[in-house]
Design a protein around this ligand. Structure first.
Ligand code: MG
Length: 159
Protein backbone atom coordinates (compact mmCIF):
# COMPACT_ATOMS: atom_id res chain seq x y z
CA UNK A 1 0.00 0.00 0.00
CA UNK A 2 1.08 3.57 -0.61
CA UNK A 3 -0.18 6.74 1.03
CA UNK A 4 -0.16 10.24 -0.45
CA UNK A 5 -1.10 13.73 0.68
CA UNK A 6 -2.04 16.82 -1.35
CA UNK A 7 -2.81 20.45 -0.59
CA UNK A 8 -3.99 23.28 -2.83
CA UNK A 9 -5.11 26.89 -2.54
CA UNK A 10 -6.80 29.25 -4.95
CA UNK A 11 -7.58 32.93 -4.47
CA UNK A 12 -11.06 34.26 -5.12
CA UNK A 13 -11.48 36.86 -7.81
CA UNK A 14 -14.37 38.33 -9.79
CA UNK A 15 -16.73 35.73 -11.18
CA UNK A 16 -20.04 33.97 -10.74
CA UNK A 17 -19.10 30.35 -10.03
CA UNK A 18 -16.42 28.09 -8.60
CA UNK A 19 -15.51 24.52 -9.54
CA UNK A 20 -15.01 22.33 -6.46
CA UNK A 21 -14.68 18.57 -6.53
CA UNK A 22 -15.78 18.46 -10.16
CA UNK A 23 -18.97 20.39 -9.43
CA UNK A 24 -19.79 23.86 -10.78
CA UNK A 25 -21.20 25.87 -7.88
CA UNK A 26 -22.82 29.28 -8.41
CA UNK A 27 -21.09 31.88 -6.22
CA UNK A 28 -20.58 35.64 -6.11
CA UNK A 29 -16.83 35.12 -6.68
CA UNK A 30 -14.73 33.07 -9.07
CA UNK A 31 -11.20 31.72 -8.57
CA UNK A 32 -7.93 32.96 -10.01
CA UNK A 33 -6.45 30.02 -11.90
CA UNK A 34 -4.80 28.85 -15.07
CA UNK A 35 -7.14 25.85 -15.23
CA UNK A 36 -10.69 25.77 -13.85
CA UNK A 37 -9.14 26.26 -10.37
CA UNK A 38 -10.69 23.22 -8.72
CA UNK A 39 -8.75 23.09 -5.42
CA UNK A 40 -10.25 19.76 -4.41
CA UNK A 41 -9.23 17.96 -7.59
CA UNK A 42 -5.80 19.62 -7.60
CA UNK A 43 -5.13 18.48 -4.02
CA UNK A 44 -6.39 15.03 -4.98
CA UNK A 45 -4.12 14.82 -8.06
CA UNK A 46 -1.13 15.80 -5.92
CA UNK A 47 -2.02 13.17 -3.32
CA UNK A 48 -2.28 10.50 -6.04
CA UNK A 49 1.01 11.49 -7.66
CA UNK A 50 2.63 11.69 -4.23
CA UNK A 51 1.53 8.19 -3.29
CA UNK A 52 2.84 6.87 -6.61
CA UNK A 53 6.16 8.67 -6.22
CA UNK A 54 5.48 10.52 -9.47
CA UNK A 55 6.10 14.13 -8.47
CA UNK A 56 3.31 16.70 -8.55
CA UNK A 57 0.62 18.24 -10.72
CA UNK A 58 2.82 21.20 -11.70
CA UNK A 59 5.41 18.81 -13.09
CA UNK A 60 2.93 16.87 -15.22
CA UNK A 61 0.72 19.80 -16.29
CA UNK A 62 2.86 22.97 -16.14
CA UNK A 63 0.79 26.16 -15.89
CA UNK A 64 3.22 27.82 -18.35
CA UNK A 65 2.04 25.39 -21.04
CA UNK A 66 -0.83 26.90 -23.07
CA UNK A 67 -2.37 23.45 -23.75
CA UNK A 68 -3.53 23.38 -20.11
CA UNK A 69 -5.15 26.84 -20.13
CA UNK A 70 -8.73 26.50 -18.91
CA UNK A 71 -8.47 22.70 -18.82
CA UNK A 72 -11.11 20.90 -16.77
CA UNK A 73 -9.55 19.50 -13.61
CA UNK A 74 -11.65 16.35 -14.10
CA UNK A 75 -9.57 15.74 -17.22
CA UNK A 76 -6.34 16.22 -15.23
CA UNK A 77 -7.63 13.71 -12.68
CA UNK A 78 -8.44 11.17 -15.40
CA UNK A 79 -4.92 11.57 -16.84
CA UNK A 80 -3.34 11.11 -13.41
CA UNK A 81 -5.40 7.98 -12.74
CA UNK A 82 -4.45 6.59 -16.18
CA UNK A 83 -0.81 7.17 -15.26
CA UNK A 84 -1.26 5.29 -11.99
CA UNK A 85 -2.89 2.40 -13.81
CA UNK A 86 0.10 2.30 -16.18
CA UNK A 87 2.26 1.90 -13.06
CA UNK A 88 0.08 -0.96 -11.78
CA UNK A 89 -1.52 1.15 -9.05
CA UNK A 90 -5.21 1.50 -8.20
CA UNK A 91 -6.97 3.68 -5.64
CA UNK A 92 -8.05 2.12 -2.35
CA UNK A 93 -9.70 5.25 -0.98
CA UNK A 94 -9.55 9.04 -0.92
CA UNK A 95 -10.47 11.48 1.82
CA UNK A 96 -10.80 15.19 1.08
CA UNK A 97 -11.19 18.19 3.37
CA UNK A 98 -12.32 21.51 1.88
CA UNK A 99 -11.73 24.74 3.79
CA UNK A 100 -13.84 27.75 2.85
CA UNK A 101 -16.27 30.17 4.46
CA UNK A 102 -18.36 30.22 1.30
CA UNK A 103 -19.93 28.87 -0.80
CA UNK A 104 -21.65 26.23 1.32
CA UNK A 105 -20.30 22.81 0.41
CA UNK A 106 -22.77 20.49 2.14
CA UNK A 107 -25.47 20.62 -0.57
CA UNK A 108 -22.89 19.48 -3.16
CA UNK A 109 -21.03 16.74 -1.28
CA UNK A 110 -23.02 13.85 -2.75
CA UNK A 111 -22.42 15.05 -6.32
CA UNK A 112 -18.73 15.66 -5.59
CA UNK A 113 -18.37 12.10 -4.31
CA UNK A 114 -19.95 10.79 -7.54
CA UNK A 115 -17.69 12.91 -9.75
CA UNK A 116 -14.54 12.03 -7.82
CA UNK A 117 -15.35 8.32 -7.64
CA UNK A 118 -15.95 8.28 -11.41
CA UNK A 119 -12.63 10.07 -11.99
CA UNK A 120 -10.81 7.62 -9.72
CA UNK A 121 -12.59 4.61 -11.27
CA UNK A 122 -13.72 3.39 -7.83
CA UNK A 123 -17.03 3.07 -5.99
CA UNK A 124 -18.42 6.08 -4.13
CA UNK A 125 -17.98 4.28 -0.81
CA UNK A 126 -14.22 4.71 -1.31
CA UNK A 127 -14.46 8.50 -1.54
CA UNK A 128 -15.13 10.86 1.35
CA UNK A 129 -15.62 14.63 1.07
CA UNK A 130 -15.96 16.87 4.08
CA UNK A 131 -15.92 20.61 4.49
CA UNK A 132 -15.11 23.03 7.22
CA UNK A 133 -14.80 26.77 7.64
CA UNK A 134 -11.74 28.26 9.32
CA UNK A 135 -13.91 30.12 11.86
CA UNK A 136 -13.35 33.46 10.07
CA UNK A 137 -9.58 33.16 10.63
CA UNK A 138 -6.84 33.46 8.02
CA UNK A 139 -7.24 33.92 4.26
CA UNK A 140 -10.10 31.44 4.01
CA UNK A 141 -11.86 33.09 6.96
CA UNK A 142 -11.54 36.51 5.32
CA UNK A 143 -13.04 35.09 2.14
CA UNK A 144 -9.86 35.72 0.13
CA UNK A 145 -9.64 32.17 -1.15
CA UNK A 146 -10.25 28.53 -0.44
CA UNK A 147 -8.08 25.48 0.18
CA UNK A 148 -8.29 21.72 0.11
CA UNK A 149 -6.42 18.77 1.59
CA UNK A 150 -6.50 15.24 0.21
CA UNK A 151 -5.19 11.93 1.51
CA UNK A 152 -5.22 8.80 -0.63
CA UNK A 153 -4.24 5.18 -0.29
CA UNK A 154 -3.15 3.22 -3.37
CA UNK A 155 -2.58 -0.49 -3.75
CA UNK A 156 -0.86 -2.70 -6.30
CA UNK A 157 -3.39 -5.42 -7.15
CA UNK A 158 -0.86 -7.48 -9.13
CA UNK A 159 2.14 -7.00 -6.85
MG1 MG B 1 -4.49 24.50 -8.07
Amino acid sequence: MRIGHGYDVHAFTEGDHVWIGGVKIPHDRGVLAHSDGDVALHALCDALLGAAGLGDIGHHFPDRDPQYRGIASGELLRRVVALLHQHGLTVSNADLTLVTQAPRIAPHVATMRQCIAAGLAVGEERVNVKATTSEWLGFTGRGEGLSAFAVVLLHEPNA
